[in-house]
Design a binder for this molecule. Structure first.
Ligand SMILES: [Cu+2]
Length: 137
């Protein structure tokens, strides 16, 4: 049996969570590099997520932010064969990138970063569940 005091404490904790909307857990997204391409080369993630590039080819590649094969300085990561590199995207927006040695061959990609949706509905569902009739009481 759950006491009323414990229910009120749980409610207070959940209300605190509503006051500061909880953000969904960060996710890691994998972009594979095969031959001279990023696969997939266009992905959409949420702010706070990580992208992990994995070099499955026999060439050295880079993941370098920028457009038109011109680096813009946000990130540039070098991968030898079998290397993996990661970058965390905290700000929403669109981030074009390319591979320095193979940009002229079309080795480019884009990361779209969306704003996470607060989980108020989930939290509200948890609050309501506290007050459902409990057959154990
Ligand atoms: Cu490359």
């Amino acid at each position: 049996m759950v006491s009323t005091g414990k229910k009120l404490m749980a409610l207070a904790v959940l209300l605190a969570a509503v006051a500061t909307p909880m953000i969904a857990t960060a996710t890691e997204h994998v972009v594979n590099i095969t031959f001279i391409s990023f696969e997939p080369n266009d992905i959409t993630i949420l702010a706070g997520d990580t992208v992990r590039w994995t070099n499955n080819s026999v060439f050295v590649h880079t993941s370098t932010s920028g457009v038109g094969c011109a680096a813009n300085g946000l990130w540039s990561l070098v991968m030898n064969p079998a290397d993996q590199v990661t970058h965390v995207f905290n700000a929403p927006g669109s981030y074009p990138y390319f591979c320095i040695p193979h940009c002229g061959s079309g080795m480019t990609g884009t990361i779209h970063v969306d704003t996470p949706v607060p989980t108020e509905q989930t939290t509200w569902g948890a609050i309501k569940a506290l007050f459902k009739p409990n057959p154990d009481e």
